[in-house]
Design a protein around this ligand. Structure first.
Ligand SMILES: C[S@@+](CC[C@H](N)C(=O)[O-])C[C@H]1O[C@@H](n2cnc3c(N)ncnc32)[C@H](O)[C@@H]1O
Length: 191
């Protein structure tokens, strides 16, 4: 009986320790990402976004701040796109790499690093789910480096100073997660 108690206590302690490490790591990556936390886009929402985006087979899709890359993995499976996901969050990325391998998805790659250092010029589609502060800083880079005709999808938050390129607002309804209520679709054309 004593032995069983020791094992149970040890397991509870290990669980608490892993949770503490996980929370600390999330906090660390959030600070490094300029205060932008890792919060995934809801899976049902991703289904609707992929449908509305009408992604074409073979098109190159870039996800800046990809987390575990669920959007890219699903788009690769359903639409056969090629993709690259960039994120600073090592744990979420590792999860994405493992799940992509398990699902035998070959056409997407993951890259660890700062999204501001990423080459965005060859992307035909860019997917974003970032907080307003990060979008504010990203907007000038998008205008400077995006190829004309690029489809930019911003989930949750509007892209600052991109109003004239906005052509669709997808409303997911207000039943929960109000910050994920809308997805904004932009078609960027160089002036
Ligand atoms: C709200 S989450 C969205 C995750 C994923 N795109 C999704 O929709 O499920 C934002 C992600 O952007 C990443 N991020 C924010 N700023 C970043 C930066 N400067 N460089 C790289 N990743 C960044 C965060 O680490 C986080 O994983």
């Amino acid at each position: 009986m004593e032995e069983l108690k020791i094992i149970v206590f040890l397991m509870v302690e290990l669980l608490a320790l892993s949770m503490a490490i996980f929370l600390a790591a999330n906090f660390y990556f959030c600070v490094r990402a300029g205060g932008c936390p890792y919060v995934p886009t809801g899976k049902k929402r991703i289904g609707r976004i992929i449908e509305e985006a009408d992604l074409k087979e073979g098109s190159f899709v870039l996800e800046l701040g990809c987390g575990d890359g669920y959007f890219l993995r699903r788009a690769a499976q359903e639409r056969k796109i090629k993709g690259l996901g960039v994120d600073i969050h090592g744990i979420a990325l590792l999860k994405g790499v493992i799940l992509a391998r398990l699902a035998k998805i070959k056409n997407i790659k993951f890259q660890r690093g700062d999204l501001f250092g990423c080459d965005i010029s060859r992307a035909q589609v860019i997917y974003l789910f970032l907080i307003s502060g990060v979008l504010e800083k990203l907007a000038p880079k998008l205008k400077k480096e995006c190829s004309s005709g690029t489809l930019i999808i911003s989930h949750g938050f509007k892209l600052p100073r991109f109003d004239k390129y906005l052509f669709k607002e997808l409303d997911h309804g207000s039943w929960n997660m109000s910050y994920q209520r809308k997805t904004y679709f932009y078609r960027y054309y160089a002036d």
